[in-house]
Design a protein around this ligand. Structure first.
Ligand code: GTP
Length: 318
């Protein structure tokens, strides 16, 4: 084999090397064309930045962004291109990817040409040189605004803006786990409007809707700590999940909701002896190490609510 190569004329060797390099160049150009076609047609934002935040490459999809200017985008710094709060958020994620030398997945928000704010799921990852040093970052961003809105719609009650029963079922187990982890007592509070059927019959459905919205207000006003969750789980049935330090604290919160509603003095002739709209509330307490499942805990809350109704309504029961 080596004998044959030794016999080759130097010119022939050069010619073969030339052919090989030309073929490699043609292959590189082909792959470059594919690369640019991908960049130009991908319905996602793809860009690279140097370690000072200057954009070094951006694909055509960027023309969807408000204020985008193809002539000046590449070569400008992220803080020159975007409003300060947006630039800060974008640059923070680039820095994280570069410093931690790993892909970072974050939601980011930017304005489109129609001035609407869009949410993107962005993956940012470091670009390394031959020695393994980070020299730039690359960002690939997909618009998730519609999917996010649809997801929120699917778990939101249209009338009150509270989360619905579907979300209640999703969150219940998560909240129980969280309470266990934090060694806090979880409270399930069930709320029901008193004699609501009669209210609707007497005052009409639209007025009934107003009552339901007022219940949501009462829950918002009272349970406003981060982590407090409020749901409309049926027609006139509502639920709250929250952690507290003890039973008295939970009862006090439930009483505040009851009192807020009563204080609105919404006339309800059939709801005697009160004469205005009232609520019945049932509490179930879940100690951090409770073995009870969602069904059993809900049952406890429901029984407490039943007792509240039987004690004369406008009552909080445990
Ligand atoms: N206005 C309005 N009414 C609704 C809605 N969803 C359910 N309802 C009504 O809510 C009422 C629920 O009544 P019930 O569950 O029978 O109980 P109640 O009359 O509140 O009686 P107690 O709970 O025993 O005090 C029914 O008349 C439903 O038609 C809604 O979105 N809007």
């Amino acid at each position: 084999m080596s004998a044959r190569i030794d016999e080759q004329h130097p010119l022939q060797v050069l010619q073969e090397e030339n052919f090989r390099l030309r073929a490699e160049l043609a292959a590189l150009r082909d792959s470059e064309r594919v690369f640019h076609a991908l960049l130009d047609n991908a319905p996602v934002l793809i860009s690279t930045k140097d370690l000072r935040g200057t954009v070094t490459m951006a694909n055509r999809h960027f023309d969807i962004l408000d204020g985008y200017d193809a002539a000046h985008f590449v070569g400008s710094n992220v803080f020159e291109l975007f409003p300060h709060d947006i630039a800060e958020q974008l640059w923070r994620n680039d820095r994280k990817a570069a410093l931690e030398k790993r892909a970072v997945h974050e939601e980011e928000q930017v304005y489109h040409t129609d001035k609407t704010l869009h949410t993107y799921m962005t993956v940012k990852f470091p670009l390394l040189d031959a020695a393994g040093e980070v020299v730039a970052t690359c960002a690939v961003s997909t618009d998730i605004s519609e999917a996010k809105a649809a997801r929120i719609d699917s778990v939101t009650d249209e009338l009150t803006g509270l989360k619905n029963r579907r979300y209640f079922n999703i969150r219940f187990a998560e909240e129980q786990k969280r309470a266990h982890r934090d060694q806090r007592m979880l409270t399930l509070l069930l709320i029901d409007v008193d004699r609501f059927k009669e209210y609707n019959d007497h005052y009409g459905h639209p007025q009934g809707d107003l009552v339901l919205q007022t219940v949501a207000d009462a829950m918002h006003v009272t349970l406003c700590r981060p982590g407090d969750l409020s749901f409309r789980i049926g027609g006139d049935e509502f639920a709250c999940l929250f952690t507290s330090n003890n039973v008295d604290e939970s009862v006090a919160l439930a009483e505040m909701i009851r009192d807020y509603m009563a204080a609105q003095q919404m006339p309800h002739e059939a709801n005697l002896p009160y004469g205005h709209v009232t609520l019945s509330l049932g509490l179930a307490f879940v100690p951090p190490d409770s073995e009870l499942g969602q069904g059993a805990i809900y049952e406890l809350g429901d029984q407490a609510l039943y007792r509240a109704k039987h004690k004369g309504r406008n009552v909080v029961s445990c």
